[in-house]
Ligand binder design. Structure first.
Ligand code: ZN
Length: 315
């Protein structure tokens, strides 16, 4: 294989591959590492013929990647996975194909600042997976939710709030911050599918101002009302420093789902996935203790939403 690889100068790294479903166990001292994963599509010519996921230390860091889409044929695709904590003496990297076979050209492991970092222990070494627990449309019933989340230990969560609701509840945003993050759900709860860029911008800027004025950090994640997404919405959110996300799993709490159904929907979450619930739905309030118990029984933990990917990750 001597085809020229675009995007890099060190072509040789990408010109071989290990192919299939496999995993590596690299012996390392306990510490925090940064991993660089190197990939290139050396066989298929069009998108859709190969997709695979890569997990590092049991967490999916790259989900259903298609190298043709990312970098084209023979294009170098490099993913950096920072802050990987290893406490069991071995760094685990696993490649799982979803279409055809997985392919990894190589990887490199860097310790933090060139030395091992053992100063900060991981927040919870028992978590097998992290899931994103989210509540939209508040602040409405904030105190009840915050108390229930605290007493069940279901933290952290993410609230996607509407600025129009903050007005009458100025203290609610600070209450939310005691159990997680506050992010944007637009100023009013409006479908912006036909909005101009200027109209979207107005909605998002007003909401950011309301959130910041109530004492929370400037939002980095935007979830549009009704999950309505288009390029204008994505672009404006991006210009304002936010990624646009929806959800992996809709609890249907807004549609009258029973508490047991909401608990089951949470129970179906896979590592990194995010569920949609609402802070103005009493069945979602009632579901909190059982959601917490079921996650704990599986060794799953609530995570924070990564502002780059929108996926649930270690807090
Ligand atoms: Zn909503």
């Amino acid at each position: 294989m001597t085809d020229d690889i675009s995007g890099v100068t060190e072509d040789t790294l990408f010109q071989s591959e290990r192919y299939g479903t496999y995993s590596y166990k690299v012996p390392v001292t306990a510490g925090t590492y940064t991993i660089k994963l190197h990939m290139a599509e050396l066989y298929w010519q069009v998108a859709g013929d190969r997709t695979f996921s890569v997990s590092v230390e049991g967490q999916v860091k790259l989900a259903n990647v298609d190298l043709i889409t990312q970098a084209g044929r023979f294009g170098a695709y490099t993913v950096i996975v920072p802050n990987v904590r290893v406490s069991d003496g071995a760094l685990d990297i696993a490649v799982d194909p979803s279409k055809d076979a997985g392919t990894l050209s190589g990887f490199a492991i860097y310790s933090a600042d060139g030395k091992l970092d053992t100063s900060t222990p991981p927040t919870n070494t028992n978590c097998k997976a992290y899931v994103g627990i989210t509540y939209d449309d508040g602040p409405v019933n904030t105190t009840a939710f915050v108390n229930a989340l605290k007493s069940a230990g279901l933290v952290p969560v993410t609230f996607f709030v509407n600025g129009t609701n903050i007005g009458s509840r100025p203290g609610a945003i600070k209450e939310m911050l005691t159990v997680g993050q506050v992010q944007s759900h637009a100023y009013t709860h409006v479908d912006m599918g036909s909005y101009s860029a200027a109209q979207v911008r107005s909605q998002l800027e007003q909401n950011n101002t309301a959130i910041v004025n109530a004492g929370a950090p400037k939002p980095t994640i935007f979830r549009p009302p009704y999950g309505t997404v288009n390029n204008t919405i994505r672009q404006v959110a991006s210009e304002l420093g936010m990624i646009t996300i929806t959800w992996d799993n809709d609890s249907q709490d807004w549609n009258g789902a029973a508490t047991t159904a909401i608990v089951s929907a949470n129970d179906r979450l896979q590592d990194g996935q995010v569920i949609l619930m609402h802070e103005n739905q009493t069945n979602s309030l009632s579901a909190i203790p059982q959601i917490a118990a079921k996650l704990k029984a599986k060794g799953f933990c609530p995570g924070k939403l990564d502002p780059k990917t929108g996926r649930a990750v270690a807090p």
